[in-house]
Design a binder for this molecule. Structure first.
Ligand SMILES: Cc1cc2nc3c(=O)[nH]c(=O)nc-3n(C[C@H](O)[C@H](O)[C@H](O)COP(=O)(O)OP(=O)(O)OC[C@H]3O[C@@H](n4cnc5c(N)ncnc54)[C@H](O)[C@@H]3O)c2cc1C
Length: 302
C-alpha cells in the first residue's frame, strides 16, 4: 500500500492512523512485523468510512482486538489493521443484561458488572482480550466460555453496509472457536447476567485471579495457551512430560510455570516462536500420536 493511500485514509476519518506500524506494539507477545496502516477510528461513522474505502479499493483489512491471541509473523501484514478500542467503547447495564462494545476490555466489563451487582462475567477476569476478540476466539476459563453467556451481537456486514442484531442461536460456538466473524465485524454484544451481591462477585473474581497467578506466567509477554487441549488431556501436561519447560529458540521460551505458554523473554521473533511450535508438535506427534492444534492465531507473511 503506498503512502498516498495512507494519506487518503487519514483524511477520510477522525482517529489514529499510523503508516508502517510494527504489530509488535499491538500484540501481547510483543512480536510482529509492520502493517501497512494501523487505524483506530474515533467513531463508528469513521470506521464505516474507512471500511468503505478499503472495500472499494480492494485494500485488505482486519479488525483486531487487543492482539492477545495473535502471533504476527515477522514479515508483517498487508493492508490495514483496525482497532475498535475508541469506536466501540460503550458499556451499559439494562436489567439482567450487560451491553458492551466490541472494543471494551473484558477486565472493564467484568468490573463494571460487579459494581452493578450483576454476576456471570467473572470467569473473564484475567483474560486480557476485549469483547470482539473474545467472542471470535470463544475465550473461556473455569469451564465457562463467551458463548455460554451471550444473548446476541450487533454485527456490521461490510459488503452490504448493514448493521443487524444476530441472536445467539444463529452463532456456533465450540471449544475456543466460533463462527461469529463469518457474519461480519462484531460491534457490540449483549450478555446474560443475574443479580448477586457485589462482594460475592468480587470474591469470586479474586479467587480466579489468585488461581491464575499460581498456574500461569503472569507478567510475561505471551499469547496465553499456544495449543488447544486435545480430547481427554491437557496440552500443557503432554508438553511438560517431554521436558520442554525452559526450552528456548532465540528469545522465545517455553514457560517454566506452564508448558503450554511460550513467552517472549526479550526480543523474540515470530520465527523463534514458530520453531518451538514445530518442535513441540513433532515431538508430541512422535511420542503420543497426538496432533496438537494451535489455539493462537498466526497471521501475516514470513
Ligand atoms: C496472559 C494471557 C492469558 C490468557 N488466558 C486466556 C484464557 O484463560 N482463556 C482464553 O480463552 N484465552 C486466553 N488468552 C487468549 C486471549 O486473551 C483470548 O483469546 C482473547 O479473548 C482474545 O481477545 P483479543 O481482543 O486480544 O483478540 P485478538 O487476539 O486481537 O483477535 C482474535 C481474533 O478475533 C478477531 N477479531 C477481534 N475483534 C473483532 C471484531 N470486533 N469483529 C470481528 N473479528 C474480530 C481478530 O481478527 C482475530 O481473528 C490469554 C492470553 C494471554 C496473553
Amino acid at each position: 500500500m503506498d503512502n498516498d493511500i495512507c494519506e487518503e485514509l487519514k483524511g477520510l476519518m477522525k482517529g489514529t492512523l499510523k503508516a508502517n506500524e510494527p504489530m509488535s506494539k499491538h500484540t501481547s507477545f510483543g512480536i510482529g512485523g509492520p502493517v501497512d496502516a494501523w487505524a483506530a477510528p474515533e467513531t463508528l461513522e469513521d470506521f464505516f468510512a474507512l471500511l468503505d474505502v478499503c472495500e472499494k479499493k480492494n485494500i485488505p483489512y482486519r479488525v483486531v482486538g487487543h492482539g492477545t491471541n495473535l502471533l504476527v509473523r515477522d514479515g508483517g501484514i498487508d493492508g490495514v489493521v483496525i482497532s475498535l478500542r475508541d469506536a466501540c467503547r460503550n458499556l451499559a447495564a439494562e436489567g439482567e443484561r450487560i451491553i458492551a462494545g466490541a472494543g471494551v476490555s473484558l477486565g472493564r466489563a467484568v468490573r463494571f458488572a460487579a459494581e452493578k451487582g450483576l454476576q456471570g462475567l467473572e470467569f473473564c477476569v484475567g483474560i486480557p482480550g476485549c469483547v470482539g476478540g473474545a467472542l471470535v476466539a470463544n475465550a473461556g476459563a473455569w469451564g465457562v466460555s463467551m458463548g455460554d453467556i451471550l444473548a446476541g451481537a450487533r454485527i456490521y456486514t461490510p459488503g452490504a453496509g448493514k448493521t443487524r442484531k444476530v441472536p445467539r442461536n444463529e452463532i456456533s460456538f465450540d471449544y475456543r472457536k466460533s463462527d461469529i466473524a463469518s457474519f461480519g465485524v462484531v460491534l457490540e454484544a449483549e450478555f446474560n447476567v443475574t443479580r448477586a451481591e457485589p462482594e460475592t462477585i468480587r470474591a469470586r473474581m479474586k479467587e480466579h485471579l489468585a488461581r491464575r497467578a499460581e498456574t500461569q506466567p503472569v507478567g510475561f509477554k505471551s499469547a496465553g495457551c499456544v495449543f488447544k487441549n486435545p480430547t481427554g488431556c491437557h496440552a500443557g501436561a503432554l508438553i511438560d512430560a517431554l521436558g520442554f519447560k525452559g526450552y528456548m529458540s532465540g528469545d522465545a521460551m517455553v514457560s517454566d510455570v506452564h508448558a503450554n505458554f511460550i513467552i517472549n523473554a526479550g526480543s523474540a521473533t515470530a520465527a523463534d516462536v514458530m520453531r518451538i511450535i514445530s518442535e513441540i508438535k513433532g515431538r508430541v506427534r512422535g511420542s503420543a500420536g497426538i496432533e496438537l492444534e494451535e489455539e493462537i492465531e498466526i497471521l501475516g507473511r514470513d
